[in-house]
Design a protein around this ligand. Structure first.
Ligand code: ADP
Ligand code: MG
Length: 625
């Protein structure tokens, strides 16, 4: 703290001898996970995860339980109710963030609680007893628990945070995460990709002079993500992501349970009928799995039953599951255009990477040893804390930048995508561009915002739209409309449209009405490459059509406005050439359109000159009067 002493004689401030240190701002890092969440901060220059009041766990299970009395329990206590009271116990909320019912329709059986849709495309809600909750509200409860935890540790209020999300999260899922933070009383300064945070925890990306290609392998409780990152001058670019949204440590547990039931000849219906047994065997299976991460054998009992498992048996059970993750790594590499040996660092994230077979198979696949020194279920939160510390300005020589994975733009006449912020642009960024109207007297202008790499907006992903209303009527081409794209550090986009002549203004923050699947994101990129040639053709046809339409319109306007100086034949020829062009525009031959366009232009050129001269003469006359 800075110390000052007041010199009583003069009343002036006098500096104390102790060097002044600016008060440090505290921003915490939060890993809001599907299975577990946790909060971390920088303590004496080191990132540490915060334990609960019992001083034991840093992990808070991402589970909520609604008690009969209407209380909401979060974490370990809630987790105990998963089997005994599934209807009132909510898990995996993260899977529902920013999703519509349509998005999750295929998997809604996975959830033991009620998921409500009022219409297919709106965001899902969860029903508990007679109340409805949004995934944002439920995530906010988890965040509140984390906020309380760190406030108890520090004895002061905390209201700024960095929260991590999977690299494939789209804008709507990121925005939902941000909103959850706000609801929990946290100002979310940045949303950071989980693989980026994990890299930071290992110090990767902190030295701007080092360029590296990194694979982040994240096997959690119920999800698997592989991300290939390219880090250059402190900029993290996601080259590819892949994974399986329904593959994780829980599946390891399930294979153990199935194995035990078979060995003991217990029918699977017992699990449905006896909830206590079901709960007990699940816990025992997880315990066995964890023990086999460090030991060669496990023995346990539930009442009279004896359950044992050797490491060899366990590895046999899970090998096909681990192989699936390796296949996903292979796909991610292919998408990134890399060979396994071109990846320089492999970072292990998620509790399930403690399983030795996982480490071994990943390391064999990439042909080098993996990074696993940092606690794999804390590494993301620790990295988030480092990012937070950088944002708080406590680490002066580090600048962390992100890039946008897909291009952002708007729809222009004919359904063309006009890219305003190209993919891989560093963010935050602000780009403005001028547009005008294509129809005379146009009062309203629809601005549709898209994301993607294709030339036609119909192939890209719509993020939102708005209407600039009440433009004063003017001939086509006269209004000056400026569109500004502001992409902030979290990848959230603000689009502003302004008609400069009338100062009309309108803006939106883009919150797409529903989500995008992970595969879709990667596919969009591949798609754009595969369709580049077709797209180019489609684009030039559309551009020819737009131009053709404009010329037809102005030719017609020209005839109407200049009837007195044109003779019958000139009017007839202009109209007939315009008609031919109009017919060409309706067809699909861009060369024909361009040819007729030129004919019309060539014919009307001299007429336009004459009209201009006439107008000048008239104007001069007017002056003399
Ligand atoms: P998420 O990122 O999905 O929230 P975590 O990274 O916290 O999940 O991983 C949770 C998973 O890690 C659970 O399936 C848990 O059983 C598993 N896990 C935790 N510790 C170990 C261990 N020592 N050995 C094997 N698996 C473990
Ligand atoms: Mg995780």
């Amino acid at each position: 703290m800075a110390k000052f002493a007041i010199d009583l004689k003069t009343g002036n401030l006098k500096a104390d001898e102790t060097p002044i240190e600016a008060p440090k701002e505290l921003i915490v890092g939060i890993d809001l996970g599907t299975t577990n969440s946790l909060v971390a901060y920088i303590k004496d220059g080191l990132a540490v995860a915060v334990k609960g009041t019992n001083g034991k766990n840093t992990l808070v299970p991402s589970v909520l339980h609604f008690t009969q009395e209407g209380q909401i329990l979060v974490g370990d206590e809630a987790r105990e109710k998963l089997i005994s009271d599934p209807e009132n116990t909510i898990f995996s909320v993260k899977r529902l963030m920013g999703k519509s019912y349509r998005d999750i329709q295929a998997v809604h059986n996975y959830f033991g609680y009620k998921i409500i849709d009022d219409d297919q495309d709106s965001l899902v809600k969860i029903r508990v007893k007679d109340k409805y909750y949004t995934p944002i509200e439920l995530s906010a409860e988890i965040l509140k628990a984390l906020k309380q935890r760190i406030e108890a540790e520090l004895g002061e209020t905390v209201n700024k945070a960095v929260i991590t999300v999977p690299a494939y999260f789209n804008d709507s899922q990121r925005q939902a995460t941000r909103d959850a933070g706000k609801l929990a009383g946290l100002d979310v300064l940045r949303i950071v990709n989980e693989p980026t945070a994990a890299s930071l925890a290992y110090g990767i990306g902190l030295d701007p002079a080092l360029s590296q290609t990194v694979a982040v392998y994240d096997l959690g409780g119920g999800t698997f993500d592989i991300s290939i990152l390219r880090i250059e001058q402190g900029v993290f670019e996601v080259l590819a992501t892949n994974g399986d949204t329904f593959l994780g440590g829980d599946d390891f547990d399930r294979t153990i349970i199935d194995h035990w039931l078979k060995v003991q000849q217990i029918g699977p219906t017992v699990l449905e009928q006896d909830k206590n047994f079901n709960q007990a065997i699940r816990l025992l299976a997880e315990q066995a799995k964890k023990q086999l991460s460090t030991q060669a054998n496990f023995n346990g009992t539930i009442s009279d039953w004896n359950f044992s498992l050797s490491l060899v048996e366990f590895e046999q059970l899970i090998r096909p599951l681990v192989q699936k993750t390796i296949n996903a790594c292979q796909s991610a590499l292919r998408d990134a255009g890399l060979l396994a040996n071109q990846v320089e660092q492999i970072i292990m994230v998620g509790g399930s990477t403690r399983t030795p077979l996982v480490k071994k198979m990943v390391s064999d696949f990439f042909g080098r040893s993996v990074f696993d020194d940092v606690n794999p279920d804390e590494v993301v939160a620790l990295g988030a804390a480092i990012q937070a510390d950088v944002l708080a300005g406590n680490q002066k020589n580090i600048l962390l930048l992100d890039v946008t994975p897909l291009s952002l733009g708007i729809e222009t006449v004919g359904g063309l995508m006009d890219v305003i912020i190209p993919r891989n642009s560093k963010i935050p960024t602000r780009v403005g561009r001028r547009y005008t109207t294509s129809i005379d007297g146009q009062r309203n202008l629809k601005i549709s915002v898209f994301q993607g790499e294709r030339d036609l907006v119909e192939h890209n992903r719509k993020l939102g739209e708005f209407i600039l209303k009440g433009i004063p009527p003017m001939p086509a081409g006269l209004p000056k409309i400026e569109i500004q794209f502001l992409l902030n550090a979290d990848g959230i986009l603000r689009v502003k449209a302004q008609e400069l002549r009338s100062n009309l203004e309108q803006e939106i923050e883009v919150k797409p009405s529903y989500g995008i699947s992970e595969e879709e994101m990667a596919l969009m990129l591949i798609d754009s490459i595969q369709n580049a040639a077709d797209d180019l053709q489609a684009r030039s046809l559309l551009e020819a059509r737009n131009e053709g339409n404009n010329v037809v319109l102005s030719a017609e306007r020209f005839v109407v406005q200049n009837r007195e100086i044109l003779n019958e034949e000139e009017i007839a020829t202009t109209q007939s050439l315009a008609q031919t062009l109009r017919e060409a525009v309706a067809g699909n031959d861009k060369d024909a359109i361009n040819r007729h366009l030129e004919e019309l232009n060539n014919y009307t050129g001299p007429l336009a000159h004459r009209a201009m001269d006439h107008a000048i003469v008239e104007a001069m006359k007017g002056k003399r009067v």
